[in-house]
Design a binder for this molecule. Structure first.
Ligand code: FE2
Length: 215
């Protein structure tokens, strides 16, 4: 899952042996992230562990995704745009309106691979899509998405988030749909632009739920 490369800041990762590697990763992230983002990452990591146990995923692996998911926030807006151009990502008006929200997932996945030595595709994909989801979310990506939103959606939606926390224990797809809906409603109420990726992701999960209910 994690490889010891020249780029991974000298850590020797061996996740299966003990917890030290996660602690070392935590130490690194504490150094490079703002206190707010680091504190958020720890909360997401711990919730990821609980959700993974509930869904019989690998708790260590999902914890790492939770811990690392916001590492793209080490970059400023200008740095994110410049790096995105290096990756041939076309810089749309949507991206320019909110570079951190739109780019920290994809650039974070790249940072996690290149600088933190994480080469597990499931972790990298979940990091990439943790902000707006995707049309092809597996359970791992869905769990990181929900864990992140539980601790990042504005407190004024806390009642609805509590419902998501209850629902995720019973029906993960319904919980993901509820989370997309909270995000969409909040963007509309606050007069914010809506990233088309969010709509596409929401449509996909809604269609899959409707198809299940038809059977
Ligand atoms: Fe994030």
């Amino acid at each position: 899952m994690l490889k010891n490369t020249a780029n991974n800041v000298g850590y020797l990762y061996s996740l299966r042996e003990n917890n030290m590697p996660i602690l070392q990763l935590e130490k690194k992230l504490k150094e490079i992230l703002s206190p707010e983002v680091f504190e958020h990452s720890i909360k997401v990591k711990d919730y990821c562990y609980d959700l993974a146990q509930h869904y019989k995923c690998d708790p260590e692996k999902l914890s790492i995704a939770g811990l690392v998911h916001d590492c793209g926030k080490i970059y400023s807006s200008d740095e994110l745009i410049s790096k995105a151009e290096d990756f041939d990502i076309s810089i749309t008006e949507m991206i320019l309106s909110s570079p951190v929200n739109t780019l920290h997932g994809v650039m974070g996945a790249n940072y996690a691979r290149e600088k933190l030595g994480i080469d597990d595709n499931e972790i990298l994909t979940a990091i990439k899509y943790h902000t707006y989801g995707s049309e092809d979310m597996n359970i791992f990506t869905k769990l990181l998405f929900i864990a992140n939103k539980v601790f990042s959606i504005d407190k004024k939606y806390s009642d609805q988030i509590e419902e998501v926390k209850k629902t995720v224990l019973k029906d993960i797809n319904q919980a993901v749909l509820m989370t997309f809906d909270i995000m969409l409603k909040s963007y509309i109420l606050e007069g914010k632009l809506i990233n088309p990726q969010l709509v596409t992701s929401r449509n996909k999960i809604l269609m899959s739920l409707k198809n299940i209910n038809k059977i």
